[in-house]
Design a protein around this ligand. Structure first.
Ligand code: 6LC
Length: 427
């Protein structure tokens, strides 16, 4: 049921057009179809707006809408650059700005598991890398390019970096005596020109929940433009993994807390707490193997040779989990793995696994909290789907939607139910 239209006059609602269809998952959310024109009355938060469609009013996800009047003006005023001050949907200034400082590079380089995996990949294919042409996309401080030059004998490594770090990377290459092999090119991979195609395209493009940041798009475009026929992609494949889990201490810290602080009942704040702490996923969550209620399941697999940029708009996966031991189902935890095929004939694949049973990485894991915990018992099962929907406006962001149904194994402990929840990351 949707909320009735309010009588009161609102100060000139703005007209928006739906870029995608949306099905409301709560009674106060509006459902709409792509192309629908909605009147936005108020914008209570950056994610959820209060809007009207066919006389019905409810919440709508802001990222699904595009301003109607603005869209027309934009076309009319194409010539008049001063009038059009649209924000960059890639937020490149902010994105590359952050990679121009050391903080993130220090975090990535300090991640031994990540960095050693790339070193291992190069080392185990070193003989075959001889006289090969390599592109290192988003080289940062140049660590992967330097490993290539140090551990193998490629004819050239094109180290491409868009941020201002590239100036330092050039110095590091020289300082380490690799300037004969490594050529640093400062610019976006989409814009740079190379004198030749490459045999190997290596990149460390993975973000939280694998796809966040969508740097993978740059890698796919570079593949289609610069990779030789039969060339190699590193990583060669990737997968997103999911598991239903307990998150006792996080739940206690953010939700159970309100039950009895200083002996008082603060539970009226719990709906607010849910909205504030459980609407978005928790990045950098660390899950203990013991908190997994079932064995994990790969829900999305990417083949880096055949994946297309368009496929990234909506990625769907399915899961079926069999509960092995009793516990509280607080949410789902996600992480990823990537695989690197060997260049050597018969060589073994190298894998980087960011899950709870492997060495910790700077990605940690991503936690999606349910609104209400559910008691689970051995023998129960959880099945459902996951959809990663790329934000139509903010191209580095996405929304993760989970649908699940719990099948109870016994009548005494019947916890059967279905649920659905969408998590914006971040917009
Ligand atoms: C690693 C990102 C690095 O790749 C960072 O230095 C960034 O400036 C660079 N980068 C990202 N996209 C491009 C592009 N299209 N062209 C050139 N350089 C790029 C991200 N790694 C993790 N999130 N782990």
């Amino acid at each position: 049921m949707q909320a009735e239209k309010e009588d009161e006059d609102h100060a000139s609602p703005e007209e928006f057009v739906a870029l995608f269809s949306f099905t409301g998952s709560a009674s106060d959310q509006l459902s709409f179809s792509r192309g629908d024109r909605l009147l936005v009355h108020t914008k209570p938060s950056s994610e959820w707006w209060w809007a009207e469609l066919h006389g019905v009013i409810g919440y709508v996800p802001a990222s699904y809408l595009r301003q109607h009047a603005a869209a027309e003006e934009e076309e009319e005023e194409e010539e008049d650059e001063e009038e059009v001050s649209l924000e960059d949907p890639w937020q490149d200034e902010e994105y590359f700005g952050s990679y121009g400082t050391l903080r993130l590079h220090l975090e990535m380089l300090s991640d031994k598991s990540r960095t050693e995996t790339y070193r291992q990949v190069i080392l185990s294919s070193s003989a075959s890398l001889r006289r090969k042409v390599v592109m290192d996309l988003g080289c940062g401080t140049g660590i992967i390019s330097l490993f290539c030059a140090q551990l193998a004998q490629p004819s050239v490594v094109y180290a491409v970096e868009a941020s201002s770090m590239a100036e330092y990377t050039r110095q590091l290459v020289k300082q380490n005596g690799c300037e004969e092999v490594v050529t640093v090119l400062q610019g976006r991979a989409e814009d740079i020109e190379l004198p030749e195609r490459v045999d190997v395209l290596v990149s460390e493009w993975m973000g939280n929940c694998l796809l966040f940041e969508f740097m993978v798009e740059s890698v796919l475009l570079a593949r289609d433009r610069w990779l030789k026929e039969g060339g190699v992609m590193w990583p060669s494949s990737a997968a997103l993994t999911l598991v239903p889990c307990q998150a006792d201490s996080y739940y206690a810290e953010k939700m159970a807390f309100w039950e009895q602080p200083y002996g008082l009942d603060f539970t009226p704040l719990q709906p607010l707490a849910q909205q504030e702490f459980f609407t978005k996923p928790k990045f950098s969550h660390v899950i203990e193997p013991d908190d997994c209620l079932t064995a994990p399941c790969d829900v999305i697999s990417l083949d880096m040779y055949t994946l297309q940029v368009n496929d990234l708009e909506e990625m769907k996966g399915q899961f079926h989990f069999s509960v092995e031991k009793s516990g509280i189902f607080h949410g789902f935890t996600a992480w990823f793995t990537v695989q690197f095929e060997s260049l050597e004939t018969g060589g073994a694949t190298v894998e980087l696994n960011t899950g709870p049973n492997s060495e910790p990485t700077h990605w940690k894991q991503t936690l999606f909290m349910l609104d209400r915990p559910v008691s689970m018992y051995a023998g129960d099962s959880i099945s459902g789907t996951i959809v990663l929907r790329r934000n139509p406006t903010w191209r580095r962001h996405m929304t993760v939607t989970l649908h699940w149904s719990i099948n109870s194994s016994t009548e005494e402990t019947d916890n059967s139910q279905v649920g659905t929840k969408s998590f914006p990351m971040w917009r």
